[in-house]
Design a protein around this ligand. Structure first.
Ligand code: HC0
Ligand code: SF4
Length: 567
């Protein structure tokens, strides 16, 4: 492997593929816009320029390390050039920083400050280009694009979609959709992964914060919130805590403080989802039809399937996602308890996901024009609300969820990590059929960040073949294996975001493998100490099935908890 010299210090090469990784390990945090360790190397932003003895000036991200190389990161030339790069970008960038939704977390803003850029010597950009506000999940502001191409590579390489690409040449270059169409008019599935990597305000989450404040301040309305599994292990990051710190109790306390009437848990309806979906699977196995079953809780995956694999729609579970089951049961059943009309109960979802905004707006999830879920805020947006309310989040006491929709099993909690839905189904089915394992079930083969995971489980005298996939490029790979006959399964869990919901497009930055692994790790740790292990351990859910529906997987549950797909 060898050694090289960085700024006069001898550093080991530890198998890194490029200089940038070694330089960063050596404690020099070279800035970049276009480098992401999980995407291909583009080498275009030129911020990581360093001087080398043999090759002169090179971009560290695209230069492989060589034994004996002498590198200087901090010369007159590299510092001047870095500043110049920022100045040129700023010259062509809308500079209304104070009101930009990215202010304070924009990489361009941060680097301009960090590198000491005090003036922009070059011309100003021409006219302002209109924003694209047509997507339910994402806002595109071309005036703030710096052409780093991070969104292009993310959408192409991780999601296999290629919604974004470069168009035109030279100074006319832009990043846009095919034929410059609006986002609502292309195959974007609203996963938000491009937003996650955008360094500026060019791609941002469509905010619903004001709508939620209005509902909170409306004396006729009561706001009923649900918190998704993956939010509680990530929100703390917005307030300087480590990725993966469990802040469930603080979120509940914060929501109460800002005026949310009831704070419930998506875990409640995640348990309902497992029970309905597992029963659906058992029926399909018995009839040997529509197998493999695909999970249906990820709205980006559902849209992907509708657009590209409509022939597989009969295989997708007809269960609504936990978010939508929650909206449905609150408006149909819980509103009565509150003596309220459904339209006066404002259901607020707090999700790690931006596609959930799209899901909540689907017409099939409205009743008489009233949506089941009124607004979806991402982890970052709810943190923003706490900031707007001047709440000292880390100092908040821990509060418990309200009852009865605030109780969930460990099996529901692990939905937030890739493999969790499948493990939950395994726990349910094994417990139900008195399979091999009737105690606690830690189904390790489906855990972890790997893109495609396969597992077998013995249940009811049969051996079931299971697959778990995250990321849509991986999903496409699995589907082609399925269609070519190269592989066969009984059940498949699909989550569109890398690592599952913990890596959702609405999660705090940095949203990389390290952060996702920490968040998932804490979820499994919380599950380990949770008394309610399987969905059927959730007494409140079992009772709700009896009281509201008179059983499971029947006509009643199909009305309230399921949906239909129209190819
Ligand atoms: Fe997920 Fe969900 S687990 S999609 O990943 O199924 O967003 O966290 O809330 O609905 O429960 C996201 C996370 C949810 C839903 C649940 C599922
Ligand atoms: Fe691609 Fe997802 Fe971004 Fe849509 S939201 S453009 S699918 S990365």
């Amino acid at each position: 492997n060898g050694k090289l010299i960085i700024d006069g210090r001898e550093i080991d090469i530890q198998g890194e593929k490029n200089l940038l990784e070694i330089i960063r390990r050596a404690g020099i945090n070279l800035p970049t816009f276009c480098y992401h360790s999980e995407l291909s190397i583009y080498g275009a932003c030129r911020l990581c320029l360093v001087e080398t003895d043999k090759m002169g000036l090179v971009a560290a991200c695209s230069t492989p390390p060589q034994e004996g190389m002498v590198i200087r990161t901090n010369t007159l030339r590299t510092r001047r050039l870095r500043k110049m790069v920022i100045e040129l970008l700023l010259a062509n960038h809308e500079r209304e920083c104070t009101t930009c939704s990215r202010s304070g977390r924009c990489k361009l803003q941060l680097l301009a400050h960090q590198l000491g850029v005090k003036e922009v010597r070059f011309g100003k950009r021409d006219k302002k280009v209109p924003l694209d506000l047509t997507s339910p999940s994402i806002v595109r502001d071309p005036n703030k694009c710096i052409l780093c191409g991070d969104c292009v590579r993310m959408c192409k390489e991780v999601q296999g979609l290629g919604i974004w690409d470069f168009a035109h040449r030279g100074s006319k270059t832009v990043v846009t959709t095919a034929f410059d169409k609006e986002l609502s008019d292309v195959a974007c599935v609203n996963c938000g992964q491009c937003v996650s990597v955008c360094p500026t305000g060019a791609l941002t989450v469509k905010s619903e914060i004001d709508k939620v404040w209005n509902a909170i301040h409306d004396p006729d309305k009561i706001v009923v919130a649900q918190i998704a599994p993956a939010v509680r292990v990530a929100l703390g990051e917005e307030f300087g805590l480590n990725a993966g710190e469990d802040v469930t109790g603080k979120i509940v306390a914060g929501l109460k403080l800002i005026g949310v009437g009831r704070v419930f848990d998506t875990l409640f309806t995640a348990d309902m989802t497992t029970i309905e979906e597992a029963n659906e699977l058992l029926v399909r196995l018995e009839k040997n039809e529509n197998l493999p079953i695909f999970t249906s809780c990820c709205p980006a995956w559902v849209k992907y399937c509708e657009q590209f694999h409509a022939d597989l729609l009969p295989n997708v579970s007809s269960c609504r996602s936990p978010q939508q089951m929650f909206g449905s049961v609150v408006k149909k059943y819980y509103a009565k308890k509150l003596n309220k009309r459904p339209e006066d109960v404002f259901v607020l979802s707090i999700m790690p996901c931006v596609a959930k905004k799209f899901e909540a707006q689907r017409p099939e999830f409205t009743t008489g024009g009233v949506p089941d879920v009124d607004a979806v805020l991402t982890t970052v947006e709810i943190a923003q609300m706490f900031k707007e309310a001047s709440i000292d989040f880390t100092a908040l006491p821990n509060k418990a969820f309200d009852n009865p929709l605030g109780v969930g099993s460990g099996a529901a909690l692990i939905f937030g990590a890739s493999g969790g839905v499948m493990e939950s189904v395994v726990r349910y089915v094994s417990g139900l059929t008195g399979g091999d394992e009737v105690g606690r079930i830690d189904f390790l083969p489906v855990r972890g960040m790997e893109g495609i995971k396969k597992a077998y489980v013995k249940a009811g005298g049969k051996i079931l073949k299971l697959a778990v996939v995250n990321g849509l490029a991986n999903t496409e790979k699995l589907i082609s294996m399925l269609k070519s006959g190269e592989a066969s399964f009984d059940a498949i869990e699909v989550m569109s975001c890398p690592g599952g919901c913990v890596g959702g497009g609405g999660q705090p930055e940095v949203n990389d493998t390290v952060a996702r692994t920490r968040r998932a790790g804490e979820i499994y740790e919380m599950d380990r100490v949770q008394q309610l292990h399987k969905p059927q351990d959730n007494y409140f859910v079992v009772k709700a099935f009896e009281e509201w529906f008179g059983g499971v997987n029947n006509h009643e549950t199909h009305h309230a908890l399921h949906t239909t797909y129209v190819p």
